[in-house]
Write a protein that binds this ligand. Sequence first.
Ligand code: ZN
Length: 80
Amino acid sequence: MFAVHCPAHGTRVLIWSSGVEAVRNTDDGIEVDYRCTCGHRGTWRTGRRRSERARLTIAKDAGAEYGVMRPPLAVSGSPA
Ligand SMILES: [Zn+2]
């Protein structure tokens, strides 16, 4: 469920899952085509843009590499 401004109602309305007609992943984020209870159709955009997702992935991967590059723990003694 999500809230959108419906021009036919002239106010914000809740769209239930039964009002969702399509969901697409695009470079601009997630597009949800919906139909309001009054019949008005629209598209709600949510999620992150592709460029923002890529930046977050690079930052996450850099953190993972840093973890791999940490010096190994010193091991003292040897198994008997
Ligand atoms: Zn409406």
